[in-house]
Design a protein around this ligand. Structure first.
Ligand code: NAI
Length: 364
């Protein structure tokens, strides 16, 4: 079996615990990984004065593949999102999040099998913002007023929502190529084109153009984001591959995770042409950090996606099979899943759940 060098960024909060659990499970899967640990996040900021040192970016570039824990982003003030910076610097334009029912995880449905493809580089999430009262905000307000496009109150803060033809084309193409490669039948594009005609409207127009190129091979439909949310909650089985502009994709990811058992089991990946960074959907969960009660499944399933990416399909399949077995048996599950399933009994600690997974992997 080939050896692989992977950059590991444990991150903040529960990331420290879930990353350690993930490493144990990957080792038990038989995959040969050399971990190069790199720092980023709020704890790193306190020590090094930056939340994302150049050495961490260099480590990801060197190994081309990384897995990271969540990173705390201060709300409203403080440093800007490290996640956004990492995605921008490495041009990780795809955020890929499979949402699949896991029997025993307490999901609302047992037939969810969809893939979220979220644009990762633009939209309101691009971080182009003007603080209330700043010179930039003042000039922008003046420009909008003079252009006749509308009026913005002078005491407004402003966030810009750019959506480009280039950015849309490459994410929609990725969604269609993903569908073809994984035998999926339909791509749904989600937007609010009826209201935001020049950003979401552009997204829809380009999505339709790309869909034409795949006609007869992959089906296509579009949904307005509010109607999509209702349809997703009422019947998630109708969706297959779903492609979103950045912000709707972010929100829909948590919504979809909630349908299958919660953030504790939702994996993901940020993928670009040259680099890939795997990470769970959830954040640093400061409310439960350091207590050994976080559910590491999401990061472990993110590692399975990483192993697929590295060509270690067998090790990835073993991890997924072991996770499925531990959940189906239901004896050793963390508190979030016990709550989701309504099961009583003592919840397993993060370390106990991990030990059980390792035991199952060694037995398989
Ligand atoms: P969160 O995902 O950290 O937590 C939301 C709720 O889910 C909390 O009650 C938490 O205890 C629970 N939860 C999350 N993951 C869990 C797990 N593995 N096991 C059991 N319970 C789990 O979202 P929140 O509270 O909005 O954000 C906290 C911090 O994380 C913020 O600073 C935010 O910016 C950051 N964040 C970072 C992300 C990343 O690095 N990719 C993604 C999302 C948020």
């Amino acid at each position: 079996m080939a050896r692989h060098s992977v950059t590991l960024i444990p991150g903040d909060g529960i990331g420290v615990e879930t990353s350690a659990a993930m490493q144990q499970v990957v080792a038990a899967s038989g995959a040969q990984i050399d971990w190069e640990v790199a720092e980023a996040g709020a704890a790193c900021m306190d020590i090094h004065g930056t939340p994302l040192p150049d050495s961490t970016i260099e480590a990801v570039k060197r190994n081309k593949v990384a897995i990271k824990g969540p990173i705390t982003t201060p709300v409203g003030t403080g440093f800007r999102s490290v996640n956004v910076a990492l995605r921008k610097t490495l041009d990780l334009y795809v955020c890929l999040r499979p949402v699949i029912s896991l029997p025993g995880a307490g999901g609302r449905y047992d037939d969810v099998d969809l893939v979220i493809v979220r644009e990762n580089s633009e939209d309101l999430y691009a971080g182009i913002e003007f603080e209330e009262g700043s010179e930039g905000a003042r000039r922008l307000i003046e420009f909008v007023d003079e252009s006749g496009a509308g009026a913005i109150r002078p005491d407004s803060g402003i966030s810009i929502k750019p959506i480009s033809v280039t950015g849309t084309r490459r994410i929609v193409e990725y969604a269609f190529e993903y569908a073809l490669k994984h035998g999926r039948e339909k791509v749904t594009a989600v937007h609010k084109a009826n209201i935001m005609k020049h950003s979401d409207g552009l997204f829809l127009r380009v999505a339709r153009e790309v869909a034409e190129e795949y006609a007869g091979r992959v089906a296509f439909e579009d949904k307005i984001v509010d109607a999509f949310c209702m349809s997703l909650v009422m019947d998630p089985s109708q969706f297959d591959v779903v492609v979103f502009p950045n912000l709707y994709g972010d929100i829909a990811s948590d919504l979809a995770a909630g349908l299958v058992g919660g953030l504790g089991i939702a994996p993901g990946a940020n993928i670009g042409k040259d680099y890939a960074v795997f990470e769970a959907v959830h954040g640093s969960a400061p409310d439960i950090a350091g207590k050994d009660i976080a559910n590491p499944t999401a990061e472990i399933l993110s590692a399975a996606m990483m192993l697929d990416h590295l060509g270690e399909l067998e090790a990835a399949a073993r991890i997924r099979a072991a996770v499925a077995r531990v959940y189906a048996e239901g004896r050793c599950l963390t508190g979030d899943i016990r709550r989701a399933t309504g099961l009583g009994g003592e919840p397993a600690r993060c370390s106990e759940f991990t030990a059980e997974l390792v035991r199952v992997l060694e037995e398989m």
